[in-house]
Design a protein around this ligand. Structure first.
Ligand SMILES: Cc1cc2nc3c(=O)[nH]c(=O)nc-3n(C[C@H](O)[C@H](O)[C@H](O)COP(=O)(O)OP(=O)(O)OC[C@H]3O[C@@H](n4cnc5c(N)ncnc54)[C@H](O)[C@@H]3O)c2cc1C
Ligand code: FES
Length: 276
């Protein structure tokens, strides 16, 4: 893909938006990005850490760092969890990072946006379901969908704050500690929202995705999940991110699929959930 290249991007901002959660802006002339695609960042010039780190593309922004459909940059939302993200969090505006992307295949927008009865079924109610940092790649999708339902599940108030940016959607929150929204898991909210005209787009920890996929399957509706995996190359070359494909669906005749190049977004019935 012509648009997929390695480039040095200047940092426009790198702000802590909530404890351990950062938003980083990267200059990128006329990015053409599909919601659900990701980039791989090299966080140092040295060999430690050796591997690039993958991040979903959160937003497309203009030179002033504001959301824009025809932007000159991208924004990532990330959580500091280890060495790579800690190094990233210390970077200052004006510094540059090496970025590979955009990578992978995102959510199938034409299918999702063709509401009403069509050859893919009914997708009148799109339910975007995010768990923890899984909310990040859903933001760009939510901007394209315009009116849908956003369900968020997180540990508590700090994570729930990540939904504040979502506008124009019905937003429902579940937290494990009950500090915001319903006490419990996001799947409880999904049970209440699912109907025969729904399609589900989900991103989050694998346990959550597994439960979401099972609920969507029981309801007989399409469910598109964005998977996470350890990644080395990001372009389908090292086979390090292979997942077993399910017994049904488009991937049935292929044993393994690469999260980086076949995904990260998959139709849930194309995945062998028992093998994850
Ligand atoms: C396609 C894709 C998109 C992603 N998008 C985002 C995003 O938008 N925002 C974001 O904050 N993170 C995202 N991640 C996860 C992110 O890549 C990792 O958090 C990051 O690589 C951790 O690097 P580190 O060096 O700080 O941590 P490491 O030192 O590598 O690991 C520290 C701890 O974090 C755990 N960890 C590392 N990677 C992951 C992972 N992928 N999932 C769960 N636990 C992990 C490790 O097991 C370890 O316990 C994405 C991952 C993938 C594959
Ligand atoms: S990360 Fe190398 S094949 Fe996916």
């Amino acid at each position: 893909m012509k648009n997929r290249i390695e480039r040095l991007c200047e940092i426009t901002h790198n702000k802590e938006v909530s404890s351990s959660y950062f938003r980083i802006g990267l200059k990128w002339q006329t990015p053409r990005i599909a919601p659900g695609q990701f980039v791989m960042l090299r966080v140092t010039d040295s060999l430690d850490p050796l591997l690039r780190r993958p991040f979903g593309i959160y937003n497309v922004i203009d030179a002033a760092g504001k959301a824009s459909l025809r932007g000159t940059g991208i924004e990532l939302l990330y959580k500091v969890v280890g060495r790579g993200t800690r190094i990233l969090s210390l970077k200052k505006p004006g510094e540059c990072v090496d970025v590979l992307g955009p990578l992978g295949n995102g959510w199938p927008l034409p299918r999702l946006l063709s509401s009403g009865k069509n050859r893919w079924g009914r997708h009148d109610k799109i339910i975007m379901t995010g768990g923890g940092m899984g909310i990040a790649p859903l933001y760009l999708l939510a901007k394209k969908i315009k009116t849908g339902v956003v369900l968020f599940g997180g540990k508590g108030r700090a994570e729930a704050g990540l939904t504040k940016a979502f506008k124009g959607h019905k937003i429902r929150i579940a937290t494990e500690d009950g500090s915001v929204g319903k006490k419990g898991f996001v799947t409880e909210l999904l049970k209440e929202e699912l109907g025969p005209d729904s399609a589900v787009c989900a991103c989050g920890p694998v346990g959550m995705l597994k439960a979401v996929a099972a609920l969507a399957d029981d309801a007989g509706v399409d469910c598109y999940v964005s998977l996470e995996s350890s990644m080395a190359c990001g372009i389908g070359a090292c086979l390090g991110c292979a997942v077993k494909s399910g017994a049904h669906g488009a991937a049935a005749n292929r044993d393994y699929r690469m999260v980086c190049s076949d995904g990260p977004v998959f139709l849930s019935r194309d995945i062998d959930w028992e093998a994850l």
